[in-house]
Write a new protein. Sequence first.
Length: 549
Amino acid sequence: MGYGTQDDGRVGSPGADPVASPIPTSPPAGASDGPDGEATPARGRGGFGGHLHEFYERNFGLFLVFSAQTFGSVMNTAAKLLTAKDSPNQFHALHIIFVRMFATSILGTLYMWYHKVPDFPLGPRNMFGLLVMRGTAGFCGLFGLYYSLSYLEISDATAISFLVPTWTAILCYVWLKEPYRIQEAFSGLISLAGVLLIARPAFLFGSPSAAAPDDGNVTMAVFTVDGSQDGSPVVGSPSSPQRTLAVICSILGTFAAATAYGTIRVIGKRVHSLISVNYFAVMSTLVSGVIILVHPDLHFILPKGALQWVLLLIIGVSGFLLQFLLTEGLQREKGGRATNVTYFQMVLALIIERIIWGTTPPVLSLVGSVLIICAAIWLSLQKAKPSKERTTAVDEETRPRIHDTTRRKRPANPLSTTGTRARFIWRKDEEGRTRIRDTMASEIAAGLRRAAKEMHGIVVSAGLMDKTVKVRLGGQRWEQRVHKWFKVPRYKLVHDPANSLRQGDVVAITPSWRESQHVRHVVKHIIAPYGPAIEDRPPIPTLEERAAE
């Protein structure tokens, strides 16, 4: 399960990632966005094509999560081949983690630099705390996993690690107020039962037989068995206190991983997914690199032969795609649905082991795989109940956030994705005047702060006989919908005594006192908390200044 980012730092864990909160009426991001990033409601379609389109929109996030799990299985297979004892140059699990996260960091950084991703590389200033929280929680989940693997059997550690989906769904329900239906809980129980049949932990099934396969989690064995460069075990039989402490650390690690997934959902689309991925990847790279340098039995090694180079390349690229697709999928899907799809990696691991190593899964593993597949398919066919409050598509930002004590739907960001009107919260100030305020404070956009004092527009026609020009308000992209929120006309006739303005000129228009007051309220309390920071542009000359020139 991808810890911290959507990818597990472990070299072959069932990379799962939950955390998404669906807004039933909202189509998947990117699936139906207009040219300006404005979400458009899905058009009504009939027949088979309409049902197919509806199924695609409803499950696009699940498809991204499933694709991520596929790349995770490919990565785990390459890791198992590299860490095999008969390998010409045996790699340790920390080497795999370092290579995987280092490649993810490099690819993510280059992609964001080339495409000029907004707020590269550290993300928005007001999101820094959440991003650090996400990376820290992910690292804690990773640490809990590997510590438990030092003293627990692989099957036990695997079974405990799949507590993450349950923690995630509960955390999203409590923290993000996401709906948690009985169907999702029942599907999760079925999937967890399937995982237990595949893992067959000793505390439920007794001591595993020697012929039993390693529960499908091909990578975790690398960490527990190959504790040193010569492949000797890390520890002997653990004592009862050691085992108890390992179980506690593993459970705490699953809660930390679920916290990371919940943080991903809180961040939503306010931060580019690759920025979020880089926080976890860079942290894992630094920590694994330091451990390799400090640990007396570990050191950096180079691959021998073309095959090992290719396997390392597969690990790096697959790890990057795993985290990227998982992040995108989690931002589009609700925690319960996305989490259950991650169980598919257990099934994929069984299939790959059969194809490459010829291992035949026992009957219990096959039954568990069938349960997982049936639960995931049944979950994907469930239709979310439409919202009674609205029927149009809304933005991610309309969900209640952590500090939203009123539990009202949040107004959409008018400058980014949708023009959905906000739910105003009217309060009386000390002087008895009605004011608009909101419960979520954030950094105000610099450009919008200036818009509270003057409205900008672009001349659409000039040279009229009465020396006036027709100005369309909101000539710049970030102002295109400002007139809707400022309650001012789209066009204005402006006096131009010097007859100096021409079509296409950008001018500044001082609004009336009434308009100015309304603008200030809207900017400060409605737009500012959700609009990203905008750098100040050069001041635009007023009509009087232009005439004087």
